[in-house]
Design a protein around this ligand. Structure first.
Ligand code: GDG
Length: 468
């Protein structure tokens, strides 16, 4: 339970993100509780905030409500209010029905509405004002993700004394897709207000620089962007990671181990457990993955008496039309498969549409023999890295889509193209049936990779280049 104190006037280090890192819950006695929210951005930045202190500026998740700031885990929470209309047009609309699909290879068609764009600008201005009001002289402000594209330039206008960084957690698209955007120049100019713009992969940085040259007319000096006013902006890749030590230690805790044993028992002690963990999002390739397992079970390649596919889909963006449709499709698909294969009381696909504490996630990772991560497009994908950090035994395997940013680093995963159903099925079976020697060698190399580049390295690299 946080103290509800007034937030300090200013901070030297600020994170600005659409959402605060906490969700409000009602506890068993009806008391107010704040729980760390799920999602990649929070998983990545929370350890950084705990270490550095400062202020996190964001929306608390409930519309039409203004709440007081408070202290949480050693840093200040500064809420920015959003109205129902803001949520509809800025968040569900422009952020999640325009930019999100456009930046993820137009997996579904992006929707363009001028009203959404107006609200997006207004809300970005509100975030910029909140950051300006809470930043000390010369402070470092780290703006996060596609919902706040315009904040760097707006903030620079208000506070030229600040060091401003921006990190994009999702892919930055190639010009063939990006150029669809009616507001393509304004969005680039918004980002160019930062001193440093970080991307997950070098390809994203290259896409951005090429577009900035073409649409904004900036000059390049080696890897630096030179702005008309003489300012220099750096655009570079910083592949994000996890607190691997923290996840490993969590998975080793006796309570988590006990939960893992119970979970295995609940699943009927199968010979082999396949696991998928995703936000319920159309970019994550859930339809394709579930179809692949359906075919593997019904063809007999996977015996439902010996194998279980556990899929957790965390509720996400439930008011956006495409997400509702996805939820219904998955329910239908899983229901159909389970009605045709497996036995009463022990379904072949154990599907949960729910969100779990991190301890349960660690328990799941530790019992999964094959982790299946098959997004159609993903900036990085932290789940792949969390699995490797949490799963102790070497005789295990990670199946990973070529279209996840993580595939660039995690070369030893069993990689597949999730659009190719037969290819994906073949890769899942290869990962499951490969020799212990091969699987162990790959797992050891993956572990080495994940433990050698952790979240602090990512944050330190970024903040060092920002001159913070
Ligand atoms: C974006 C980019 C990029 C999931 N369900 C629960 C839960 N989670 C946690 C996982 C993991 C995180 O959420 C999901 O991260 P991902 O990276 O897989 O995906 P996105 O949410 O789409 O994240 C992505 C990331 O930002 C970071 O830059 O990698 O590409 O799309 O940490 O463990 N956590 C808990 N309960 C759940 O039910 N506690």
């Amino acid at each position: 339970m946080p103290e509800t104190t007034s937030t300090p006037q200013t901070a030297d280090f600020l994170v600005v993100a659409n959402r605060l890192p906490v969700d409000r819950r009602t506890g068993p006695e009806g008391e107010l509780q704040w729980r760390t929210s799920p999602g990649g951005l929070v998983t990545a930045l929370e350890p950084v905030m705990k270490r550095k202190g400062g202020a996190w500026i964001g929306w608390h998740g409930a519309p039409d409500e203004t709440i007081e700031g408070f202290e949480h885990e050693g840093y200040s929470i500064v809420p920015v209010p959003l109205s129902s209309q803001d949520v509809e047009e800025f968040y569900e609309g422009f952020s999640n029905a325009t930019l999100w699909p456009l930046y993820h290879d137009v997996v579904v068609p992006p929707v363009y509405h001028r009203e959404w764009w107006q609200t997006y600008r207004e809300v970005n201005q509100r975030f910029a004002q909140a950051a300006a009001a809470h930043a000390a002289q010369g402070a470092t402000v780290w703006v996060q993700d596609y919902q706040l594209h315009l904040v760097p330039a707006m903030l620079r206008e208000l506070r030229p004394d600040l060091r401003i960084g921006f990190f994009l957690h999702i892919p930055f698209p190639p010009k063939e897709l990006y150029q669809q955007l009616p507001w393509r120049r304004e969005l680039l100019e918004g980002l160019l207000g930062a001193d440093l713009i970080g991307f997950q992969l070098p390809g994203g940085a290259t896409n951005f620089v090429n577009l900035a040259k073409r649409l904004v007319g900036v000059q390049m000096t080696r890897d630096r962007i030179r702005m008309p006013d003489g300012r220099v902006v750096l655009a570079k890749a910083y592949p994000i990671s996890i607190d691997a030590n923290g996840f490993r230690d969590l998975a080793r805790e006796p309570d988590v181990q006990a939960e893992a044993a119970q979970l295995r028992e609940d699943l009927g002690n199968p010979k082999r457990i396949f696991l998928g963990v995703d936000r319920l999002d159309y970019t994550k390739g859930l339809r394709q993955r579930i179809r692949a397992f359906g075919e593997l079970f019904s063809s007999g390649e996977l015996d439902p008496d010996e194998n279980v596919f556990l899929q957790v889909a965390t509720p996400s963006r439930e008011r956006v039309e495409e997400y509702r449709k996805l939820r219904d499709d998955i329910d239908l698909l899983v229901g159909r498969i389970n009605s045709e294969v497996g036995r009463i009381g022990s379904p072949a696909i154990a599907y949960r549409h729910d969100s779990y504490p991190r301890t349960t996630m660690a328990a799941m990772y530790s019992i999964a023999d094959v982790m299946v991560v098959t997004p159609l497009r993903d900036g990085m994908n932290l789940v792949a890295k969390e699995y490797v950090a949490c799963h102790e035994g070497d005789d295990a395997a990670l199946v990973l889509s070529e279209f996840a940013g993580a595939a660039k680093e995690m070369k030893q995963a069993y990689q597949c193209n999730p659009h190719d159903l037969d290819g994906m099925k073949e890769t899942i079976m290869r990962a499951a049936n490969d020799s212990t020697m091969n699987r162990s060698r790959r797992m050891r190399l993956l572990r080495k990779q994940v433990f050698s580049h952790q979240i602090d390295d990512w944050a330190n690299d970024f903040l060092r280049d920002l001159g913070a």
